[in-house]
Design a protein around this ligand. Sequence first.
Ligand SMILES: Nc1ncnc2c1ncn2[C@@H]1O[C@H](COP(=O)(O)OP(=O)(O)OP(=O)(O)O)[C@@H](O)[C@H]1O
Ligand SMILES: [Mg+2]
Length: 233
Amino acid sequence: MADAVKTVDLKKAYRTEAGDLEVLHGVNFEMDEGEFTAIMGPSGSGKSTFMNIVGCLDVATGGECLLMGESVKNLSPDRLAARRNKFIGFVFQGYNLLPKADLLENVALPLLYARVPARERRKRAMAELEKVGLAKWSRHHPGQVSGGQQQRAAIARALVGKPGLILADEPTGNLDSQTSDEIMSLLTKLNDDGATLILVTHEPDVAACAKRIVRFRDGLLVEDAPVAERRVV
Ligand SMILES: Nc1ncnc2c1ncn2[C@@H]1O[C@H](COP(=O)(O)OP(=O)(O)OP(=O)(O)O)[C@@H](O)[C@H]1O
Ligand SMILES: [Mg+2]
């Protein structure tokens, strides 16, 4: 079976006014389906850059990234977007929900891009909202629910396309510790049910819910270890 994610000597240089700035210097990483990995490391160490490349939101400038055994090298922006829609569900710190759409419409959005018919979109979005405990709130707009509920809706949106991989970049960054635990409990349950997850966090308590922790420093992966005693939330 192919790895869910594999990067080989992955490099990224951003083009800046002062010239090219390399911020990932050759990252080697492998992860099987069903794993749950937390990425930690100081601010600016390249965690989000790495996630964006793995998530096909950005492209590497060196090395390779493979998703389910398929390289994303040299794909056109359209093909990259298609790969992203097929394989990846994103969860961000700021939820990134559309404020003028209700939760059901927000969760259904990836299916609209995938040209799923309207009735099926609603049905599948509702099923995901139920999974995250938000069925009652489907007609509310993001501004009418709590931060934790918004993040749960964002998780439902990440799940609705049945992606092979869920990427969460500081999903609890804006939440108090109790709400953060609720989100981690939900992500843990999704992983128990088979979802493959990568999560970036600055909080050791959050990382301790994962099965494995990798650490970035100065654009390199410097440590990779299983979690000896996972925190149960
Ligand atoms: N679009 C960009 N253009 C130029 N430099 C960038 C760009 N995005 C990120 N960088 C730089 O790349 C480096 C890595 O940034 P990145 O956002 O990946 O760090 P991070 O580990 O996610 O940090 P944080 O914990 O603060 O989110 C930083 O030095 C940052 O300033
Ligand atoms: Mg970041």
